[in-house]
Design a protein around this ligand. Structure first.
Ligand SMILES: Nc1nc(=O)c2c([nH]1)NC[C@@H]1CN(c3ccc(C(=O)N[C@@H](CCC(=O)O)C(=O)O)cc3)CN21
Ligand SMILES: CC(C)C(=O)C(=O)O
Ligand SMILES: [Mg+2]
Length: 272
């Protein structure tokens, strides 16, 4: 699984034979410049979902339910999830959390909207979790994550993202479930893996890099090289070159100037 936020990034998931294309709410930070995923509205999410759906036909299309669209309970969640499917053209939705969202997971899956779970590090709760920290490091937390995984499976989730938890815990959870787990900072023993596409491509390389991010390309550096080169070439007069413009035969241009001259005369006669 890999994230996509727009048409070109979705096209790349399709070309890359990615199984699941995730319209992650990380787009709030990565694509929109917000300081948290909790800023993202449902309408903003839907706008990005539609662009991704136009770009990726083969991968399964899953999107994060934005913060605030499912926390009040199944009724609100259903309204929002129906919009994700109908307007956003998504095939499934992802919800962060465990026990507290089970009713909602049952309602959505019961009505035919596939739900992907997401446990461990929950970015939509970064405020109450005091930031983005590895979860499940002590016995109590590990137990509660393992129980949440089981409960989500029982409630009908078709898959679960395990974010930033110790690899042995993720391996145990994966082997204890019938549905696939998808890890991000959860080791190699998950059924699948996910990364934010912009992280994997290093589109934005400034700032902190989470431990689980591997750079598979250096797109940001290359893109900046292009923008810098363009600005330099325009200022120096190197761009555009003659062959980057459109010509006009001399005879046509001469006639144009003649015609322009006559126009000038006639407008002078009109004013005199
Ligand atoms: N670009 C991007 N990539 C992501 O994976 C991502 C987002 N944005 N935004 C939403 C959430 C936030 N996520 C994050 C953000 C930071 C860390 C991080 O830096 N974790 C520390 C853990 C340190 C510890 O607890 O020991 C790390 O150094 O890996 C992890 C997940 C994952 N999601
Ligand atoms: C990193 C993945 C799992 C995610 O939730 C997101 O991109 O928002
Ligand atoms: Mg997310």
């Amino acid at each position: 699984m890999l994230t996509a936020y727009d048409y070109p990034s979705a096209r790349r998931t399709e070309h890359g034979d990615i199984d699941i294309c995730l319209v992650g709410d990380s787009l709030a930070q990565v694509a929109l410049g917000y300081d948290s995923t909790t800023r993202l509205t449902l309408d903003e999410m839907l706008y990005h979902c539609r662009a991704v759906a136009r770009g990726a036909k083969n991968p399964l299309l899953v999107a994060d339910m934005p913060f605030g669209t499912y926390q009040l309970g199944p009724r609100d969640a259903l309204d929002a999830a129906v919009r994700m499917v109908r307007e956003g053209m998504m095939e499934g939705v992802k919800l962060e959390g465990g026990e507290e969202i089970l009713d909602t997971v049952r309602v959505l899956t019961g009505l035919g909207i596939p739900v992907m779970g997401h446990i461990g590090l929950l970015p939509q709760r970064h405020a109450s979790l005091s930031g983005y920290k590895v979860q499940g490091k002590n016995v109590e937390d590990a137990l509660s994550i393992a129980r949440a995984a089981k409960a989500l499976e029982q409630a009908g989730a078709f898959s679960i993202v395990l974010e930033a938890i110790p690899s042995p815990l993720a391996a145990h959870i994966t082997s204890s479930l019938h549905i696939p787990t998808i890890g991000i900072g959860a080791g190699a023993q998950c059924s699948g893996q996910v990364l934010v596409q912009d992280d994997a491509l290093s589109v934005w390389s400034a700032g902190h890099k989470a431990k689980f991010v591997r750079r598979f390309a250096q797109v940001g550096q290359e893109a900046q090289r292009g923008v810098d080169g363009y600005a330099r070439a325009v200022r120096s007069g190197d761009f555009p070159a003659d062959e980057e413009g459109y010509g006009m035969s001399e005879s046509v241009f001469d006639k144009f100037k003649d015609a322009l001259g006559k126009e000038g005369e006639s407008s002078m006669m009109a004013t005199s």
